[in-house]
Ligand binder design. Structure first.
Ligand code: SF4
Length: 412
């Protein structure tokens, strides 16, 4: 293994740990795959053991990714908030008759994608609610419309829940449906809708959502067809640390089989506008120590399996994101330009951050910013702060034009 060193206070924290925890850190640093029991000990780390976990995770991050923190210039397009699924943790979905229900037209989605492209974005992340009356080929046609207008844009789109819905609506076999989407230019799939991959927990979060084994089946089939995906986990609600460990180890097993995950993204539960918090007995999201624990745990358990660990700044805010980037994470996610889902659930962080601001924040913790593609090819390393000014891009205005427009098949 690469020999990276720990500083004095990290070593003190390590020495203050119980011997069985020290042994686990030693195993992790030597490249051993940790077991469920070992993971569980780390997932409940407190005090000096938590300090040591963070230090070891940061060391493993350095081994995997060096001193660079990556980000992607992208735009989120949440094309509709109409949804029948009714996840109890969701503040975004609406019934079709709700006063604030919206569906963007294809033209509007394409306009937003073109605007993003003109401002330097390389990716659009396209997801939405699930309306009951969706046409079977809606996702294909929306993808086709974007790729027709901007062939070079990476379309990162349609969660496993949406893929499952597309399969159901078209009556196609899963692999045929995924192959069709790949042929139409689908670049990658967000590994959202994972929440916690355990049906006992999923029943509490969202009884209508696809079961864990279907999530795994869709993700695995996508990987086998050469469509990469991200992986996620929602924490800070009704789950416990054993659920984190089982979830992360399941992702590790999939990755060992397929190699198709580009990254792992822990998603802190935003509780404010959700039924799960108000009526479901959920915790009000994670506090600082839990955020650090989850990110550090993920780095240690996924070491040498999933190389990239991403912070979700929309959910964490910047201060906590920077702390997690010093606790094992190496990717700052995307500039986004707009994001409706976390905001609807009560997140108060901004909708758009310029690449310059990303770079300044990355430099503030002594790391080097680098813009990447969706699949982690480095586009440019900004090792000279002077370059930031020369590449300043104009900021996009906030987008608030959301009105209901009926989908018409074959518009593109
Ligand atoms: S999380 Fe997605 S599927 Fe669930 S209710 Fe919200 S929009 Fe619908």
């Amino acid at each position: 293994m690469a020999t990276t060193t720990m500083n004095g206070s990290d070593l003190t924290a390590l020495e203050a740990c119980p011997p069985e925890v020290r042994e686990i850190f030693h195993a992790a640093r030597s490249g051993a795959e940790l077991t469920f029991e070992q993971g569980l000990l780390l997932a409940t780390a407190e005090g000096s053991a938590l300090d040591a976990l963070v230090a070891v995770a940061d060391q493993l991050r350095r081994e995997a990714a060096g001193g660079v923190i990556t980000y992607v210039v992208n735009r989120n397009i949440n094309f509709t908030n109409v949804c029948f699924v009714g996840c109890r943790f969701c503040g975004f979905g609406r019934g079709p008759g709700a006063a604030d229900a919206y569906t963007l037209s294809f033209e509007e989605v394409v306009r937003r994608a073109c605007e993003a492209w003109d401002r330097g974005a390389t990716e659009v992340c396209v997801q939405g609610g699930l309306p009951r009356d969706l046409d079977g080929f809606f996702y294909r046609d929306l993808l086709r419309a974007i790729k027709y207008a901007i062939p070079g844009m990476h379309v990162h789109a349609f969660s496993p829940m949406e893929i499952d819905y597309g399969v159901l609506k078209t009556g196609m076999a899963l692999r045929d449906y995924l192959q069709m989407m790949k042929d139409e230019g689908l670049g990658s799939i967000p590994g959202t809708a994972a929440e916690i991959l355990d049906d006992r927990v999923r029943k509490e979060l969202s009884p209508n959502k696809l079961p864990a084994r279907r999530w795994v089946e869709i993700i695995t089939a996508a990987h086998e067809l050469g469509i990469p995906t991200t992986s996620t986990m929602m924490y800070g609600h009704v789950e416990d640390p054993a659920d984190w460990v089982r979830h992360i180890l399941l992702l590790r097993t999939i990755q060992k089989r397929t190699g198709g995950f580009t990254e792992f993204v822990p998603l802190g539960f935003i509780h404010e506008n959700t039924r799960l918090y108000h009526h479901g007995g959920a915790r009000p999201g994670a506090k600082r120590e839990e955020h650090l624990r989850v990110h550090a745990l993920a780095r240690v358990l996924l070491h040498r399996a999933i190389q990239n660990l991403q912070v979700s700044w929309v959910k964490l805010g910047f201060e906590m994101s920077l702390a997690c980037l010093q606790a094992g994470a190496n990717d700052f996610s995307g500039t986004l330009m707009e994001e409706s889902i976390s905001k609807a659930a009560g997140a108060t962080f901004g909708e758009y951050v310029s690449p310059e601001e990303f770079r300044a924040r990355i430099r503030s913790i002594g790391r080097v910013p680098a813009e990447r593609t969706t699949t982690y090819k480095i586009r440019r390393i900004f090792d000279d702060p002077e370059q930031d000014l020369q590449t300043a891009a104009a900021q996009l205005p906030m987008v608030r034009a959301e009105k209901h427009v009926t989908y018409s098949e074959g518009a593109y």
